[in-house]
Design a protein around this ligand. Sequence first.
Ligand SMILES: CC(C)(COP(=O)(O)OP(=O)(O)OC[C@H]1O[C@@H](n2cnc3c(N)ncnc32)[C@H](O)[C@@H]1O)[C@@H](O)C(=O)NCCC(=O)NCCS
Ligand SMILES: Nc1ncnc2c1ncn2[C@@H]1O[C@H](COP(=O)(O)OP(=O)(O)OP(=O)(O)O)[C@@H](O)[C@H]1O
Length: 195
Amino acid sequence: MRVGLTGGVASGKSTVSAMLAELGAIVIDADRLAREVVAKGTDGLTEVVAAFGPEVLTADGEMDRPAVGAIVFADEAKRRVLEGIIHPRVRARSAEIEATAGPDDLVVHDIPLLAETGGARVFDAVVVVDVPVEVQVERMLRDRGWTREDAESRIAAQATRADRLAIATHVIENTGTLEDLRQRVTEVFEELRAG
Ligand SMILES: CC(C)(COP(=O)(O)OP(=O)(O)OC[C@H]1O[C@@H](n2cnc3c(N)ncnc32)[C@H](O)[C@@H]1O)[C@@H](O)C(=O)NCCC(=O)NCCS
Ligand SMILES: Nc1ncnc2c1ncn2[C@@H]1O[C@H](COP(=O)(O)OP(=O)(O)OP(=O)(O)O)[C@@H](O)[C@H]1O
């Protein structure tokens, strides 16, 4: 069983992924892979520097993520360039990791941009973590120290709530407590397990 998991920025995808992993799912996290493929010393990072210049490196030679974020969430063409470097590498790594899963494993791909990239068709089920935009903004301000402008520029770079709901086979509403969330995630896990 291959499951796609998505949701807007700060909707709670990582929290849901961690709960699914505790229940026994194998989770492949696209955000994590997107970091690995531009880690120090990778050809991915070499390409990023070729495209954006050495000013996107920190003194330690890592990608300066806040600096790159400030560039790409203000400029769609530049965001496409960065995605063109990172997404093919993330897809290749995901496939490698998935190949190590057993036939009975429930494999969950946590993909923030699943609705944007049209990739939902390849999954047996698509779980969408859904919250109103105002809750996304509140969580970004509260937990990440971003400004309202930072938060809104990320939301503007993403599909709408309705676009995501349109690809969902299962919806996890995440406006309650973490305990409410755990209960709903367990329910959805059982449904996915039952096929
Ligand atoms: C711009 C970058 C450097 C900012 O890094 P930062 O550490 O601040 O954010 P992080 O990577 O943890 O992403 C947090 C969230 O931002 C949103 N986000 C990230 N990239 C994008 C994008 N290209 N379009 C829309 N939203 C995005 C997602 O909701 C993601 O979960 C980074 O997000 C990046 O490399 N993005 C391009 C790769 C990408 O598309 N990743 C997302 C899925 S693979
Ligand atoms: N039900 C909830 N109640 C309160 N806080 C929550 C709840 N669910 C998630 N959070 C918090 O909201 C923040 C965003 O959640 P999380 O990191 O799981 O989102 P995400 O969708 O993975 O974000 P991103 O798109 O940036 O990767 C975190 O600080 C998390 O602890």
